[in-house]
Design a protein around this ligand. Structure first.
Ligand code: HEM
Length: 410
């Protein structure tokens, strides 16, 4: 593809190719990606760093199969961390040794063990508002729920919630916190300061755990060994930093997307209320359709081509998972949200070696949240007259007024 097709995007959105996305597009991105798949499946772009946007399933799978060419190193995404986040910004072969120790910690069997406390946390939140006529879903449920689960897993006090939220927002959404454009000096500085505070926070907590071992995740990190050696303090910090970035907003955004969909599709919602056994399949199908983490980033390590488009060493590669999840070469009737879809090989958790480490934890949280919520609050809708606004890239809905139409008290 010739260089003159490069799209110039001079919006103040450096570092986030989707920050300038039109709100209508952020709410319903699928038609845009269908058009790109059919016209420029590998689209050169400038303005957010030179690179390409990849929308077809075939090329996306090709990228995931070749992490040596399409690296996840620190220049793929700049989060102002001072060392690579583990395991996200580590390429093979070192990546494997970390997944070997972390995968068992987040395996389905381990996640089944936390079903009871996660169910209790969901119900404690619901208890706080079930007697009211409605809530702001984001503020009162989708934001606190994953952070509370995480605090529980790490063995930290639940009253650390505001601090946790402040730290992850300072890295992921410094534009919203500071009211200045993403990529500006102000947001860069804010992210840098937040990053420092995250390292300091976990340093302190790890000091405490060194002195007083327990059964929580942090204590486990102090014990586990990689190739016969304990993890270094810096390695544990780099894992904790990533968890804060990867494990909270993603679940919040997924809850926002799913509850917004169900609030606006009462027939589909009724199916879940009547038959909770359908929830696991519905979670997968809504993950596919909504793809709350719209895309992931890589950086090319050498000259290559994708679908005939030249890629140069150092080019940014934006992989549109949302597009892979509605590609008709993989999914029949991709625009139908079909809770009975089988098979459902969606890429909402990414693909290849960096496929989401926390997918079983996420599934556990989502299934429990949907089950407990619909058991207790089966009928709800978006507050009349309100238009939901989705954030770009990670599709959360910061302000989600919801009204309860009928309540079943437990
Ligand atoms: C529904 C919620 C979630 C979604 C949609 C999601 C999505 C993703 C995606 C798309 C990736 C791939 C990133 C890439 O290829 O660059 C990823 C990686 C990752 N996720 Fe998640 N995630 C979710 C929840 C979680 C949770 C709860 C955790 C907590 C442990 C977590 C931890 C991670 C980690 C550590 C990685 C990096 C894995 C690696 O590089 O080997 N995620 N996630």
């Amino acid at each position: 593809m010739a260089d003159d097709t490069r799209v110039d995007d001079d919006a103040p959105s450096e570092g986030n190719p989707f920050a300038a996305m039109d709100p209508e597009m952020a709410a319903h991105p699928q038609p845009l990606f269908a058009a790109l798949r059919d016209s420029v499946p590998v689209m050169p772009v400038e303005g957010v760093g030179v690179g390409v946007v990849v929308t077809r399933r075939a090329e996306i799978e090709e990228i995931f199969r070749d992490p040596a060419t399409f690296s996840s190193n620190m220049s793929a995404v700049d989060l102002k961390n001072v060392r690579p986040l583990i395991p996200l910004q580590i390429d093979p072969p070192d990546h494997k040794k970390y997944r070997k120790i972390l995968d068992p910690v987040f395996a389905p069997r381990e996640m089944a063990l936390i079903a009871e406390p996660v169910t209790a946390l969901a119900n404690e939140l619901i208890d706080q508002f079930i007697d009211r006529d409605g809530i702001d879903f984001a503020r009162e449920f989708s934001v606190p729920f994953p952070s509370l689960v995480f605090l529980t897993l790490l063995g930290l006090p639940l009253d650390e919630l505001p601090r946790f939220i402040e730290m992850k927002d300072g890295i992921i959404r410094p534009d919203q916190v500071t009211g200045t454009p993403y990529g500006s000096d102000t947001t860069n500085e804010y992210q840098r300061k937040t990053a420092e505070s995250i390292y300091e926070y976990f340093e302190e907590v790890l000091d405490e755990r060194e002195a007083d071992r327990r059964t929580d995740l942090l204590s486990r990190f102090l014990e586990i060994e990689v190739e016969g050696q304990k993890l270094a303090r810096t390695e544990i910090l780099d894992i904790c930093f990533l968890f804060l970035i990867a494990g909270l907003d993603t679940v919040t955004a997924t809850l926002d997307c799913m509850f917004a969909y169900l609030a606006q599709h009462p027939t589909q919602r009724r199916r879940l209320v009547d038959d909770p056994a359908l929830i696991p399949a519905a979670v997968e199908e809504m993950l596919r359709w909504e793809t709350p983490v719209l895309g992931v980033a890589r950086v090319a390590t050498r000259e290559t081509t994708l679908a005939g488009c030249p890629i140069h060493a150092g080019d940014q590669v934006s992989i549109i998972l949302s597009s892979a999840n509605t590609d008709p070469t993989e999914f029949a009737a991709p625009d139908d949200v079909d809770f009975d879809r089988q098979p459902n090989r969606h890429l909402a958790f990414g693909g290849g070696v960096h496929r989401c480490l926390g997918s079983h934890l996420a599934r556990q949280e989502l299934r429990i949240a949907l089950r407990e919520w619909h058991r207790r609050i089966p009928d709800y809708s978006v507050a009349p007259g309100h238009t939901l606004v989705y954030t770009p890239a990670i599709r959360s809905i910061d302000h989600f007024p919801m009204v309860f139409n009928r309540r079943v008290d437990q």
